[in-house]
Design a protein around this ligand. Structure first.
Ligand SMILES: NC(=O)c1ccc[n+]([C@@H]2O[C@H](COP(=O)([O-])OP(=O)(O)OC[C@H]3O[C@@H](n4cnc5c(N)ncnc54)[C@H](O)[C@@H]3O)[C@@H](O)[C@H]2O)c1
Length: 314
């Protein structure tokens, strides 16, 4: 499959406009189709504001970014010649299916159709349609031009070549694609976010703490490490002996906390072994001390920036 140079964005709302900025950094042409007249009129100003704000970080002149982006008069015009179509319409399955149905007659069989959906899997939105094998979910964080991660979720029918082409494209514009092995509601981003948010709500409900106390624990504690590490790396570095030792020491308390919420997901020996094996492939245990030192250096840098900026953030 050849390199993707032209991209269509269907729906110029919050996600569509933000995607246009990041796609324009890599692709040669980005065309947006937005049917709402009022919304269309606002797009150019928003693009300019976002591209200008990005200039100091990207080093790319806002006008150069804007030159690559155009507004199309129709869906057909937007997708003509596009190697990737990023669907960014509201989160309604009928709406997404209707677009995919229309695309069946408008795009070639190797065009990637990527749905930005937060929760509707491709097996639901494209099931039984002509474009079924070329459709994936490519779920961004909000706003995509400032959060590089993008979740690639193929349906069981998606062609592997489409998945590869999509991942290569997102990588080429500076994003960090993560491919899920199977479809699951909420994908990874919202599963992880949801686990914490559910607990936070329950703690407020039960009168354990107020909203800002919980935000403070994340802002001033957990989030400082999550700024540069994921939960597995945090646990691995928190306990001498690595993640196996962490699971032995803290597994039982986490299991009790889960049970209190009606959850039964124990960290069985097989599961811990699988996690440990993957962690040790990334970080051999003889490099553990060095990585702990690296973690501390990152935290120190973060503290120095905060002190330089005058302490508490707004
Ligand atoms: N906002 C978020 O935090 C976020 C994060 C990740 C993914 N998403 C997903 O991205 C998608 C878009 O979300 P959003 O927040 O940008 O919504 P939005 O409401 O800001 O934008 C949707 C746009 O689609 C346009 N539209 C409606 N029907 C259309 C059609 N037939 N053809 C073309 N355009 C049409 C609307 O006029 C609107 O401008 C949703 O599936 C959403 O779940 C949203």
């Amino acid at each position: 499959m050849s390199k993707i140079n032209e991209v269509a964005i269907i729906g110029g709302g919050s996600i569509g406009v933000s995607f246009a900025i990041i796609f324009a950094g890599g692709a040669q042409a980005v065309r947006i189709f937005e049917p709402d007249t009022e919304r269309r009129a606002a797009i150019e100003t928003e693009l300019l504001a976002k591209a200008t704000a990005m200039e100091p970080v990207s080093g790319v002149d806002a006008q150069d970014v804007l030159e690559k982006i155009s507004l199309s008069q129709s869906l057909e015009e937007a997708v003509s010649g596009a190697g990737l179509v990023q669907e960014c319409v509201p989160e309604k399955v009928e709406l997404k299916r209707a677009i995919f149905q229309q695309l069946s007659d408008l795009v070639s069989s190797d065009t990637v159709i990527a749905s930005s959906s937060s929760a509707i899997p491709a097996s639901e939105s494209a099931n039984g349609l002509k474009v079924e094998q070329q459709t994936i979910v490519a779920h961004p964080g909000n706003p995509p031009h400032l959060l590089p991660v993008i979740e690639i979720v193929p349906s069981p029918s998606t062609d592997a070549e489409i998945v590869r082409a999509a991942s290569n494209f997102y990588r080429s514009v500076g994003m960090k694609p993560v491919q899920l092995k199977k479809e699951i509601e909420g994908f990874l981003f919202n599963r992880l976010q949801g686990a914490m948010l559910r607990e936070a709500y329950a703690l407020v409900r039960d009168g354990i703490a107020d909203v800002d106390d919980i935000d403070m624990v994340v802002r001033e504690g957990l989030g400082k490490r999550w700024f540069f590490m994921g939960p597995f790396e945090v646990a691995d570095l928190n306990t001498r002996g690595g993640i196996r030792s962490h699971a032995e020491k803290l597994g039982p308390t986490y299991e009790r906390q889960g049970a209190e919420r009606g959850q039964h997901d124990p960290w069985t020996p097989d599961l811990v072994q699988k996690v440990e094996q993957q962690r040790r492939e990334i970080l051999p245990i003889d490099q553990w001390e060095q990585r702990v030192q690296w973690r501390d250096e990152q935290l120190l840098k973060n503290l120095a920036v905060k002190n330089h900026n005058g302490g508490e953030q707004a």
